[in-house]
Every structure is written in structure tokens, then in C-alpha cells.
Design a protein around this ligand. Structure first.
Ligand SMILES: [Fe+2]
Ligand SMILES: [Fe+2]
Length: 297
């Protein structure tokens, strides 16, 4: 790695979002580490050893494949090595009790749901939502959860707020992963969020592929997975007709980095890999960089 004489970063809160790790899936043993753990470790190493060490790490669900205590303990131990405060959410593959056991700073909110609110710094509030209905692949957002969210939003109507949840409440076009357009939990969530101007963005996981859209008038992003991605195929699917299409592809792990500077929220995405560097800020490119700064005045 090249040491660069960087000025201190401009003051901002950095929130990394890692999603859909699925610890506990795939072959391991005999000295071979399971593939999703290799991918998870690579993403965490990038956060810790790269130039953008985050202030917070959101794990937006499907942390494990089977929701078992051993897989959660493995995930929690790897995260603890990083020393970055973690905000974990449940996905449809997870189990609330096992998550709480592995991340003891997380407590269940009223109603037994795994929601939490965090003051992220520089006036930003983070709300993490529980969209799990055990046994169901798709999301859920019942009346009790809608009340909880409405109360939290009413507490701080003028505080910029970033909301994380596992299930994206939108149609992506990747047919086999999508909810039905008329699912009641989606309408219930929209009714709570409609007109809540303090909500800067919603960020989700679950889809295993990056998308950007909006929901209830609020920007919505889905962060790609640490586990392999869902293949980009937007043609309709007939569940009764296995047509041999690609469902999952071995694309590299990726994550999101949300940057809040007190004025605006910007989300970056990075594909994790040891990529060749094609240009560096060295003497040969100094004129170009100086020219760009001069242009800025
Ligand atoms: Fe997932
Ligand atoms: Fe999921």
C-alpha cells in the first residue's frame, strides 16, 4: 500500500453498510473456510485497512444463513476485531434471540422487535427497523411496528434521519426476489413515511444486487451483498417452468459507504477486490490535479 500524505478528511460521519453475509452457507472444513466468510473478511479488511475507516458499521440483515448461534458468534467475533461500533439488523434468514445473544449491546424494542435508534453524530439520527416475519422470505411491517416508527419519527421531526431495513419495499424487476406490488406491509410502511421530510434516505439489503429508486417520496438504495449476487435478469419468471436461467452469480462482495457532512448524505458503493491501480497522484499527474483545483477557484 502506498502511504499518502493526506490532509485530514473533511469532517463527516461515515457509515459503512454490509449486508447479506449469509455466514453458515456452503462447504467448509478440512482446512477450507466457507466462501461467505472469506468474502466477509475481505470486506471488513477493506473497511479497516482502506483510507475510509467508518465511524459505524450497519449489518443490514441476513447476517447468517440459518440464524444459528454459532454463525452469529462467528460474525460478531470478526466484527469485534475491527473495533467499529456495529448496528445489526435482522433479515429473513436470521433469528432475533441469536442475534441479541451475539451482539449484547443490542436490545429488543417494545413488542420484541429488533429496532433501534442511534445518534450517529453531526446531528444525524439512524433508525434501524425489523422487517422479519419468521418463516417468511419476504418482509413484514405490522401495526405495532408502524406505531413504533411513527412515534420515533414524531420525537425528532426536524432531525435528519437515515433509515435502514432488510427488505426493500419496492419492485426491482428481479421477479423471483420481489414482493407482490400490493403487499399490505408495504402500504403500511409508506403511510408512516409519507411526508416525513426529515428522512433523508432508506437503505436496504435482501436483494443481493444494487438498485437506486425511491419510496414514499424518499430516496431508497439497496446495497449489494457480501454473499454472491442475484443475477441481473429482468424478464418475468414462471415458477412452474424452470428455464435454466442464472439466479445467483459469483460476482465479488460489495458494500456501501454513506457519508454525512452535516448538510448532505452521499452514498458510495465499492466492489471489494485487490484491483490494479491504473493512475496515482504522483509527479506525472500533479499538473492535472493542480489544474482541477485551480478551476475550482
Ligand atoms: Fe440475503
Ligand atoms: Fe433476505
Amino acid at each position: 500500500m502506498v502511504a499518502h500524505s493526506a490532509l485530514p478528511a473533511r469532517r463527516a460521519v461515515l457509515i459503512a453498510q454490509i449486508t447479506d453475509i449469509h455466514v453458515g452457507f456452503g462447504p467448509s472444513g478440512g482446512g477450507v473456510e466457507e466462501p461467505n466468510l472469506v468474502r466477509f473478511r475481505a470486506a471488513l479488511e477493506r473497511l479497516v485497512e482502506g483510507p475510509n475507516r467508518p465511524d459505524w458499521l450497519v449489518l443490514s440483515g441476513d447476517i447468517t444463513e440459518h440464524g444459528d448461534a454459532a454463525s452469529f458468534a462467528t460474525a460478531a467475533a470478526l466484527v469485534a476485531e475491527c473495533g467499529i461500533p456495529v448496528l445489526p439488523l435482522v433479515g429473513n434468514h436470521d433469528d432475533r434471540a441469536s442475534l441479541v445473544a451475539a451482539f449484547p449491546r443490542v436490545v429488543l424494542a417494545g413488542g420484541g422487535f429488533l429496532h433501534h435508534v442511534t445518534d450517529a453524530g453531526m446531528g444525524l439520527r439512524i433508525i434501524c427497523l425489523d422487517t422479519l416475519e419468521p418463516g417468511r422470505h419476504g418482509g413484514a411491517f405490522c401495526e405495532a411496528r408502524a406505531r413504533w416508527l411513527a412515534e420515533r419519527l414524531a420525537e425528532a421531526p426536524d432531525t435528519p434521519t437515515l433509515v435502514f431495513m432488510h427488505h426493500p419495499p419496492v419492485i426491482s424487476g428481479i421477479d423471483w426476489m420481489d414482493p407482490a406490488p400490493d403487499e399490505q406491509w408495504i402500504a403500511r410502511l409508506a403511510a408512516v413515511l409519507e411526508g416525513q421530510k426529515q428522512v433523508l434516505a432508506l437503505h436496504c439489503g435482501h436483494l443481493h444486487r444494487q438498485i437506486g429508486t425511491s419510496f414514499a417520496g424518499i430516496p431508497l438504495g439497496v446495497t449489494p451483498s457480501v454473499a454472491p449476487q442475484a443475477s441481473l435478469d429482468l424478464t418475468g419468471i414462471d415458477p412452474a417452468l424452470p428455464d435454466g436461467r442464472a439466479l445467483i452469480t459469483a460476482e465479488p462482495p460489495a458494500y456501501a459507504l454513506h457519508r454525512w457532512d452535516g448538510q448532505s448524505l452521499v452514498t458510495h458503493y465499492e466492489v471489494v477486490g485487490n484491483w490494479p491501480v491504473l493512475a496515482r497522484f504522483d509527479a506525472g499527474l500533479q499538473d492535472m490535479i493542480e489544474g482541477m483545483f485551480e478551476e475550482r477557484g
